[in-house]
Design a binder for this molecule. Sequence first.
Ligand code: NOJ
Length: 920
Amino acid sequence: MRSPSFYLASEILSGSPTLFCSQVLPAAAVDRSKFRTCEQGSFCRRYKKWISRPEREKALWTVLPQTRAPLPEGGFSFQVKHVNEETPHLLLKLNIYASGMVRMRITEIKPLHIRHEIPPGDVVSDPPPAAAKVSEADESGKSIFKFATADGTAAEDRTELNARNMLNFERYRTPKERLPPDTASVAAPDTVLLDAAAHPNGLDTNGLWEEPFGGHTDQKPRGPASLGMDVSFLGDVPSLFGLPEHATKASLPFYQEPYRFFNLDVFEYEIDEPMALYGAIPIIWAIHRLGGQTVSSGFLWINPSETFVKLERDTPDGKGGPAHAWWTSESGVLDTVVMVGPTPKTVSAQFHDLTGHGPMPGLWALGKHQCRWNYMSEKDVATVDSMYDKYDIPYDTIWLDIEHTDGKAYFSWNAAAFPNPKQMIDNISAKRRKFVNVVDPHIKKDEKFHVYREVRDKGFFVKKVSYKQIDDPTDVKPADWVEETKIPDPTATQPPELFCGEGGWHPRKVNDPTPDLTDFEGWCWPGTSLYPDFTDPAMREYWGSQFALDKYTGTNADTYIWNDMNEPSVFNGPEVTMPRDAIHPNGMVEHRDVHNMYGYYVHRATFEGLQKRTPGDRPFVLTRSFFIGSHKYSAIWTGDNYAQWSHLKASIAMVGALTLGGQSLVGADVGGFFKHPDTEMTVRWYQLAVLIYPFLRNHAHLETPRREPYVFDEKTMLRIKASLQMRYKMLPLWYTLFHRWASAAEPVVRPLFWDFLDDPQTHENEEALESQIMLGDSLLVHGIAKPSSEQSEATVYLPKASGWYSIHNGAFKAPGAHVHKLDLDSIPAYYRAGTVVPLKSRIRRSSACMSLDPFTLNVYLNPQTGAAKGRLYIDDYRTRTYQDVGLLCARKIDFTCSARLGTRTHHAKASFEETLKSSH
Ligand code: NOJ
């Protein structure tokens, strides 16, 4: 018999793409008592005990080679047997995708209840399978799968799954039972080591069937169903990146507390934390130094239930050597993908091959967005719009927050403040600008509100279960039952008490299998609110139809949508969200199974609705909550940040992590949402944001002073204006980079290692990693996150390239560390030598007004070769005809200079007017 263990080692084939405020603010403080830690959640606590069991290295699972069977979509499956059971109960599926990915899924063969799986196509579509060979080997006591490309090129191992024997897979069981009903245990039940919910070592049965937290008791009639596994990143792994969304560092810290994925509305989140935030893209990027080479790989954990991931090292100082992670999720199936790289570009391409490519945003979406909670009237909107023009500051979009509605019944208008909304928006359109309205997914309980009535009548609201205990019909009195007879007390002076339920035979109590289901009601902005089941395609269709112009009155085709509070936020719910035991009528799925995807389904429904509303137009949706694949539908912002220097700095890492998760249209609220930034912080925030936030929005809390650029003193206003003008000047570069993202999966903004993997400083120079980021492959930006009273100079690290030119004065710098004297007019930013940057020279009031203006190509020569390369992408900037190759213009620009001109900048005018004219 094979050794009772397996691990999955992906063999990497070198070079082969085919395998496979001025005042000191009080610190923002999150109320930690509201949110669970690993230790406070039963499945995570259980898992930690499971992996610390004695003799964990004794393997528990055997993959049965004789059960190998082909899968219809390509790949194959194996049955997996536990060492303490006679029959196999798990099914392992393996897929190898041609772009260089290995996917491993594990589920139950015959579950007592259906385990939730994400419907095919909702997150992952089957990429083309590989012509790779997979062989099994039995090496050093383990079952090992080896993957090799058809040509069998030599390879190095970089990723191992379950190499530390941490696989846990809890099968559903009948109430109060210790073991699953299909258990064929060879040992006594009290001593059997089966899974984290049934083992003799420090067994923790608290929370298996019900679990109280924050005044709510989570009922779990199906019992424990969690799963977990380890992954090891081999070689010398200097840094791990990714795991969005967390307010942490770029190079992920190895915290004591595991990173948590449980989409939540976290009030006043803190930074340098593994606490959960609004969205979940459970992806880790690893850098491996192996055999004299540096390569990268990715690992994705596809599970929408609550998930924890703990990063670990072998070394006591936590530095160097391999890195490990263990993962555990509350329910569902185990579904993991190894993206084998070897370059960052291939990892990104592999991720998008799996999850799909993002769409081109409208050009306007890359311009400046002006938002606040709230612009209070039509006059207010018109004033803000005209003040931008008065001060000649470019902007593209004005936004309305929740106060524009009639009592927070979305799709409606507060008639007193917004009596003629259509006229208001038409006026904005006439300026060639756009409009965004917030539409949250909680539905006001109000008989007068048509959306409430219709969703209720269609039965689409998420349900609450009222569990009743009934006698278990399967528990019958044994035929040989001997009733205990009580011997009368001869000394008694009174008759015995009436029988009150004690003694005698009673059937066991179970939850009523057909409990009462009523619409779940929670609290949100409107007061009592209900929550549609967005997992249901029919509900999504209904939701999408509400954006039709004849339904959503007061809007026009230039109106786009912001979906907020979609974690979902339930003010009086456990952890400010929906109870896990709520039921989605679509398939009677428990909320716990789909929690991290709720927000995804909301914004996807909105995107699809806008697509139908204005056929051919590029929809724009902003979402707060998200999941793997959200990049296909929405822009994301980092939620309710704070006007603090630390939040300004953290946004660099947060944006970088999100873009590594495929999400390029991202940004943070410029200036911070809570509290008021002082003028210096405001300026520094704009200077950074215009260069590194693809989604550039100024937004602020209801109780803050106004913050539009023109409200500040003249010097401040001029500095903000200069930053925004620079953004508009650079729109051709941003747009071209978005085309690279949409067509070639290249993140628009990315951590330094993505472009300079061979430069070790980009994996380990902490100051460079946390303060710097790249815009495309051409611009390096260093954020300034301290006031001038504390910082007068910055050390900028310029990675190994043929040189760098200051974006501000063209000064040439060689690679390496440079001390940069700071002034308030700019932050350090450098174009890479050898690049051609497409720009516009004339700034007008909005991006649409600039679309026919000529381009300027700035050439930053490589001083060694006298050459430079770049790209320019042009289309009509707003329709989906770009998908038709004939209607776009994508040019590669090669510039060669016979004389070596060093630092001079060359301007060349491009003539693409014809392309543009044809599409306007
Ligand atoms: C919470 C959001 O994060 C914030 O941006 C918004 O202004 C408020 N909800 C009100 O809608």
